[in-house]
Design a protein around this ligand. Structure first.
Ligand SMILES: *[C@@H]1O[C@H](CO)[C@@H](O)[C@H](O)[C@H]1NC(C)=O
Ligand SMILES: *[C@@H]1O[C@H](CO)[C@@H](O)[C@H](O)[C@H]1NC(C)=O
Ligand SMILES: *[C@@H]1O[C@H](CO)[C@@H](O)[C@H](O)[C@H]1NC(C)=O
Length: 321
């Protein structure tokens, strides 16, 4: 990555400077569709680092329980919706967590998603990190929220020394905390509330989902969102073709500039991770004020049928570099 930015500085100074303002053209490197998800992602049957009421299963188990399903043009990931979990069980509801084999530095990723997990106690996430180098390798949460509440929240988490400016960010979302350091504010990170109703949970699903995209360069990270019902979805996003030009994409929902954060220093090669947990550090902590019934773990344990809609459905993930 350092090599890339040096080359950028020496040879492409003008286009690199312009790219931080205007976006750039990228070429397709990974087109992940249907059963192709099994080649591009690994299932991670690991204990949940966020203390969720969850049991992440491996690929063979997920396939035998139909917690994952793929056809030629669709890919589904879901939690168990048939099993009552005993209060005394040391593990929670079966679910899935997958991570790409490939890692990405400068890139665009476009997520064409038809449905995201919903339900009281759910905490779905689509995000990027280097699990072997956290937080030094950075973390970008692209799609995240809990308990069907509110709108999407986009967040960076980093080592100390990366902050976001209070003003001057070109984005439609609203800045939350500004210090991305995981060791302050209880690891809240530097978040942006997207603020558009269809960006998360039941409303996203009712609208037929939509597209999320991340653009990461050495000088900024942008996240874009378009509902399936939006009239301004860029043609190259809809087409999922061989290239995209982010300069035509309009204003991102979240913008993270390098004014007080050396993006190239705080982020290394990141994998894409998609996970669905229950309760835990976020969904559990705010459950009591969410309007959801009972307590989070009791509800998740006792009500399997409440999780019939706790699934991700992807049409594709396209990565451009
Ligand atoms: C799931 O995703 C969120 C992404 O924000 C992450 O913070 C959390 O650690 C993940 N839960 C786990 C680890 O599976
Ligand atoms: C598995 O899930 C898919 C997608 O939801 C569904 O179409 C299929 O019928 C399920 N298979 C079984 C055996 O339940
Ligand atoms: C992830 O972190 C490990 C440990 O620091 C490092 O060796 C590896 O190169 C990183 N991966 C990428 C793709 O940058």
């Amino acid at each position: 990555m350092k090599g890339t930015s040096r080359i950028c500085a020496r040879i492409f100074t003008l286009s690199c400077a312009l790219s931080s303002v205007l976006g750039a053209t990228y070429s397709l490197s990974d087109n992940i569709v249907g059963t192709g998800f099994y080649n591009s992602f690994n299932f991670e049957a690991i204990p949940d680092p966020t203390a969720g009421r969850v049991n992440y299963v491996d690929q063979a188990t997920a396939q035998s329980l139909n917690l994952t399903f793929a056809s030629a043009d669709t890919f589904i990931l879901r939690a168990d919706d048939t099993t009552v979990i005993s209060d005394s069980s040391s593990v929670g509801r079966n679910s899935v967590r997958i991570r790409t084999n490939n890692a990405y530095t400068t890139h665009v990723a476009v997520f064409d998603m038809v449905h995201m997990p919903q339900g009281c106690g759910t905490w779905p996430a689509v995000w990027e990190t280097n699990e072997s180098n956290w937080p030094a390798g950075g973390e970008v949460d692209i799609v995240e929220g809990v308990n069907d509440q509110g709108t999407d929240q986009v967040t960076l988490h980093t080592s100390p020394g990366c902050e976001m400016p209070a003003t001057g960010r070109t984005m439609t979302g609203t800045a939350l905390d500004l210090d991305c350091d995981t060791s302050v504010n209880g690891n809240a990170g530097c978040g942006v509330s997207v603020g558009q109703a269809p960006s998360f949970g039941p409303t996203f699903n009712a609208d037929g989902g939509g597209w999320y995209a991340i653009e990461r360069t050495t000088t900024f990270i942008n996240v874009f969102f378009w509902s399936r019902q939006a009239t301004n979805v860029p043609a190259d996003v809809v087409a999922g073709g061989s290239s995209v030009d982010t300069s035509n994409w309009g204003t991102p929902v979240a913008n993270f500039p390098n004014t007080d954060c050396n993006i190239a220093e705080f982020f290394d090669g990141n994998n894409i991770i998609i996970n669905l947990t229950f309760c835990g550090d976020w969904a559990g902590a705010v459950y009591a004020t969410s309007g959801c019934p009972s307590t989070c773990e009791s509800y998740v344990d006792a009500n399997p049928t409440a999780f019939v809609d706790a699934y991700f459905q992807f049409t594709s993930i396209n990565i451009y570099t």
